[in-house]
Design a protein around this ligand. Structure first.
Ligand SMILES: [Fe+2]
Ligand SMILES: [Fe+2]
Length: 257
């Protein structure tokens, strides 16, 4: 079976067509800092015109319940901007929901292609998936307690969903291996760790010390997720490397004898 790290018929590099490569390089400006004329400049102009006319991604909905309104008003009196907190809670909620879906997709890959020596077990992946779900529920409860609507898509939630779309694409691509899917997942887990860390600071600034304590526990779990996924990815890469090195030695032995 072909492995992604095997040498194959990859023809993407310039070395596969040296004559055409020389022709192409003649059209490239000598200084990389020079503005590239033509299409790329036009692309930048179009992007700029969209940016100038664009509105914000969205806004934060007002608190729905009386209890929420009272809490919000209280926090406003303390000089906090609760809508910032609600926006970021919405972001974490969206991210944790996406996290569950990412692990569901990884589990489908696991069930189809299996793991490797030192790789994750199904139970380990499923355990992390359930923790993502528990975090999603924790943020849902927090938003409800603050009178915010957890079903609303806040601007930062919208942004988080777009950001993680590439990770989902990489995991669900039928051609990616389990280590490659975990490599994509590592992007989400690293961002998750920082997301929780920032949310702890916001909760403390908003005077929500109870929530900050809950978020600290989630942050610890997320650090553990990121560490495990990184170790699986690193283990797979060094395993591939060791296999190739031992393969080279096997080929060399007959020649040197
Ligand atoms: Fe998470
Ligand atoms: Fe996680």
């Amino acid at each position: 079976m072909t492995r992604p790290t095997d040498t194959g018929t990859n023809r993407t590099g310039l070395d596969t067509a040296p004559v055409q490569a020389r022709e192409i390089l003649q059209t490239v400006p000598e200084q990389h800092s020079e503005a590239v004329p033509g299409e790329q400049l036009e692309m930048a102009r179009i992007r700029q015109s969209y940016m100038q006319d664009a509105e914000v991604i969205g806004t934060v909905p007002p608190p729905a319940s009386m209890k929420g309104a009272a809490t919000t008003a209280k926090e406003m009196l303390k000089g906090n901007k609760p809508s910032v907190f609600i926006d970021k809670l919405g972001e974490r909620l969206a991210f944790e929901r996406s996290g569950v879906r990412l692990y569901d997709a990884v589990l489908t890959k696991f069930d189809t292609v299996g793991s490797w020596d030192g790789g994750p077990s199904r139970e380990e992946l499923n355990h992390i998936r359930d923790e993502e779900l528990a975090h999603f529920k924790m943020v849902t409860d927090a938003m409800e307690r603050l009178g915010a609507d957890p079903t609303s898509m806040t601007p930062s939630a919208d942004l988080a969903a777009v950001e993680s779309a590439g990770v989902m694409q990489a995991i669900t691509d039928p051609r990616t291996s389990l280590p490659e899917a975990l490599h994509a997942l590592l992007i989400a887990e690293r961002a998750d760790v920082d997301g929780w860390s920032m949310l702890i600071d916001l909760a403390e600034n908003a005077g929500q010390t109870g929530l900050a304590d809950d978020f600290r526990k989630a942050h610890q779990r997320e650090e553990e997720h990121a560490r495990k996924v990184k170790n699986w990815v690193a283990g797979a890469i060094s395993g591939d490397m060791a296999r190739q090195l031992s393969g080279e030695q096997e080929q060399r032995s007959p020649r040197s004898s």
